[in-house]
Design a protein around this ligand. Sequence first.
Ligand code: HMG
Length: 445
Amino acid sequence: MTAVGIDAMEIWTGKLKLDLAETFAPAQGDDPGKYTKGLGLHASSFPDVYEDIVTMAANAAHRLMERKGLEPEDIGRIDVATESSFDNSKPVSTYVAGCLEQVYDGDFHHANKGERKFACISGTQSLDDAYNWIRAGRNRGRAAIVIATDTALYARDDPGEATQGAGAVAMLVDEEPSLVELSTEQGFGSADETDFLKPNQQFPSVDGKRSVNVYLARMREALDDFASQVGDIHPDDYPLIPFHTPFPGMVRKAAALGYRHIIRGTDVEDLVAEEIGHQPMREDFESDDEFRDAIREYTDALTETERYQDWYADTIDPTLEISREVGNWYTGSVHIARAAGLKHARENGRELDGQQLLVASYGSGAQAEVHAETVVPGWEEEIAQLNIDEQNRKRYDLSFEEYEQIHDVHNHDTEADVEEFTAPESEFVFDGWGRMGERKYRYVE
Ligand code: HMG
């Protein structure tokens, strides 16, 4: 079977930065440690006045096409995943194609375009769509561009405000990929939940604490379902496990649950049992509450073991390096986690050819998905092309007053006349409104 997967990727961050410890925490009267240690976040990215989900998506896709030497006729699909869409009919992918057609001679008239919605997991679902399209032999030798783009804003003073972020990830999905090959096996954990939703409103209604538990519950189901496809999973099977990362503290919880789950009944459980005993079993407790307390105690002890901490430092922590600096990008979040893990591996000379990543996606509402990806020889050259560190360094550092202004600029219900903080260069920018209420874009040389 021909390999299908991600051939290349590009990341575009919003050009503004809110420093959580230096700027947000003092204004909120909070200890900075709540953000840097508790949530595990240092900063959030925001779009400048002339940026939005279309410009970030088009700029990431443009760079991807330029770098891979592609023309519009090489692309048979443009799939955009977002939960920040501003139109209930016209998909963001049409705007993106319109932008790209300003800078290429050809057009995308023969490319299938769409927009996927299921909270943060739709980025991974769009990858599935592209994968299935190629596997079904409907691509006529062409590749797909999959873009996850979001401006993740919460209402001011919502507990989620510290986890905001904005950016886009563009991925080229093709046969014989240069980065990772996607596996056919998938595990799902999906249920009708009301933890985080936007019923015809821009900012989410969130039950934050519950959303954390729903994430964990659906992730455990997805892991079980995945194991039912591939057989028992061992922690040593995967050198990196990128999770959906609304904030790194969430992944800290998910990783502990996942590790406990996958070591059950393995040699690893026996080894840690010498220090902390075996995992509690339901039949040994009179009530669910007692059992839950015992599990909590066991998990806390597990995360204190050297074995767990070494595993976490190698397998999970590297995947959080970009998220820590940019916040939650919703649909793009798990894809920047993959990029961060691979980038860290390249920079530290880790050998990953032929090894598998376990990728764990999640979207509120709610659904988790787990699949494996095989790292393809040549991945280092691909990942070396990412310039996200440079982009992050160049962001304009907002004062708290400027942050309040930019939040208003991107709030659909407020009018805000704010000057741009940065100067656009060789990129698409928002250029006002058309006669039917459509957004207009132009390329700035
Ligand atoms: P909160 O209630 O303000 O924060 O918001 P907290 O008081 O729970 O503190 C957070 C952590 O910091 C806690 O750690 C504190 O102990 C610790 P934990 O006990 O959880 O391990 N802490 C400190 N640590 C060190 N020094 C200090 C300090 N102070 C406190 N001084 C909440 C937290 C997650 C509720 C909020 O951020 C929120 O509502 N976020 C939005 C929802 C969210 O991100 N949920 C995650 C799961 S759902 C998901 O991932 C889907 C999503 O991406 C959307 C989609 O799919 O579309 C959101």
